[in-house]
Design a protein around this ligand. Structure first.
Ligand SMILES: Cc1cc2nc3c(=O)[nH]c(=O)nc-3n(C[C@H](O)[C@H](O)[C@H](O)COP(=O)(O)OP(=O)(O)OC[C@H]3O[C@@H](n4cnc5c(N)ncnc54)[C@H](O)[C@@H]3O)c2cc1C
Length: 438
């Protein structure tokens, strides 16, 4: 597997809170020769929802995960099940896909939240949900002044009416912290990402999915009309293959993927449970999932057990020096935004990889020029809902080629410039965003 970052970026996340007190499903290592209709590479939300959909349709399906269940971003994320998935501005989406394609993309985002809510309800997944929609907090007065226009745009696009709170109303809403206003969009909710992941895994295997862990696909090659997948101790012949590796993708699996994804690190810290007096001192007792209006945004929420989760972009590199720098930065930003908690113990800290695409939109569908090969990936750091949704959608496409996927995700991904040096694109992009955030 040829990958873009230093090996540490592909290591475990020992400080990840979500693994605590949660029993992972038992996925054996693949050994020997197997056959299946569809082989899925990657056991996160994309792979599992695809596997679940295929298994429920009675299709034989086998999933190969390189590591343990929930090891990727699906077991490490902030748990914001919300709108999003693309980074392309609305005007660009309209130009590329027309007004209808843009409307379809808005509907896809709403549908993706409904997909997660439906999966949780249908399979009885207990995953600590909370928060009524998502709240954006203005980091400066200019951002707050923009909320009225943003609310109207959200109303037109998503058919819901956001609520705006001025700065003086924030303490009463339990959103203390020096923000300049709030805009709540009543779509989405928060969840425990690993409980959700393991619930999906249970549902999928009960439906008939054969899932294997510690089974990295190390080679993918054509085998007659189908495909052959090799793992260190086993091999699989499949009629069709789905690549569901998102930020953990390899440049050579398949070669077509080289240069088409740009993994980016995201980092999270978590405090110990806050005492009532501590919450009071900061004026924060809301359980809303929130983010601020910066270009390089911070995302945060108080968990049901009183801990506070705070996340932001991660380092440009996965070297010990870069990791130490980002650890200092995330603590500094946290202390600046929530000064009353600057001395509160941080008990957990971890990072993981999200996936950007050159088109600035996710991709789901058949891989051009590779019959029987499919991919779904590139959620731009917003994949709890979108990965769960597009996993099912791409599975339906595998089952029935005439299935139409939303235009915004069906467009095949372009290659980034600079090839294997494309990470160099991030530093100036971050700098420009930081300048805008001043
Ligand atoms: C720190 C962090 C915070 C985030 N917060 C949020 C959030 O709050 N809300 C939100 O919507 N999104 C968030 N995201 C993004 C979201 O988690 C992802 O978009 C989503 O989980 C992607 O799911 P996936 O199944 O496509 O990929 P992943 O969950 O990353 O799974 C890919 C899997 O593929 C496996 N794999 C890779 N190569 C191979 C191979 N050769 N053989 C076998 N297996 C392989 C990997 O081991 C991995 O488990 C966050 C991500 C991170 C890292």
């Amino acid at each position: 597997m040829r990958r873009l970052y230093e090996p540490a970026a592909y290591g475990p996340a020992p400080g990840c809170f979500w693994a605590e007190g949660v029993t992972p499903p038992d996925w054996p290592e693949l050994a020997g020769a197997h056959q299946t209709d569809v082989a899925v590479i990657g056991g996160g939300y994309t792979g599992l929802t695809a596997g679940l959909t295929l298994a429920e349709a009675g299709t034989d399906c086998l999933l190969l995960e390189a590591e343990a269940p929930g090891w990727g971003a699906s077991g490490r994320n902030g748990g914001f099940c919300c709108l999003g998935g693309a980074k392309a501005p609305e005007a660009l989406l309209r130009r590329r896909f027309g007004a209808e394609g843009l409307a379809e993309w808005h509907a896809t985002q709403v549908a993706s939240i409904e997909t997660v809510a439906g999966l949780i309800a249908r399979h009885g997944i207990a995953c600590d949900t909370h928060s009524r929609g998502e709240t954006q907090l203005a980091h400066n007065p200019r951002a707050a002044r923009g909320f009225e226009a943003e609310a109207r745009a959200t109303e037109a696009a998503y058919g819901v009416t956001p609520e705006i709170l001025p700065a003086e109303a924030l303490p009463g809403a339990g959103l203390g912290g020096g923000f300049h206003g709030a805009l709540t969009t009543p779509l989405g909710f928060a969840l425990h990402p690993r409980k959700y992941h393991h619930g999906l895994a249970r549902a999928a295997t009960e439906a008939g999915l054969r899932a294997f862990g510690s089974s990295p696909v190390i080679a993918l090659s054509r085998d007659g009309a189908g495909w052959r997948l090799d793992t260190p101790r086993g091999r699989v012949r499949a009629k069709a293959v789905l690549i569901a590796t998102n930020g953990y993708s390899s440049e050579d699996l398949p070669d077509w993927l080289a240069g088409r994804t740009l993994p980016v690190q995201s980092s999270i810290i978590l405090t110990r449970p806050l005492e009532a007096a501590e919450a009071e001192a900061q004026g924060w007792h809301s359980e809303q999932m929130c983010y601020d209006s910066r270009e390089l945004l911070h995302y945060f929420r108080r968990l049901p057990d009183g801990r506070f989760l705070f996340g932001m972009r991660g380092g440009l590199h996965a070297t010990p020096r870069a990791q130490a720098r980002i650890a200092r930065k995330i603590r500094g930003d946290f202390a600046r935004l929530f000064p009353a908690w600057s001395e509160v113990e941080i008990t957990h800290e971890w990072s993981g990889l999200v996936c950007l695409m050159a088109n600035l939109t996710p991709f789901a569908g058949p891989v051009p020029g590779h019959p029987g090969l499919f991919a779904a990936l590139g959620y731009h750091g917003n994949g709890v809902a979108m990965a769960s949704h597009l996993g099912g959608e791409v599975a339906r496409k595998i089952l029935s080629p005439e299935t139409a996927l939303p235009r915004a995700v069906a467009a095949p991904p372009r290659r980034f410039p600079l090839g294997r040096f494309r990470r160099a694109l991030l530093a100036p992009a971050y700098l420009a965003a930081e300048t805008l955030d001043l």
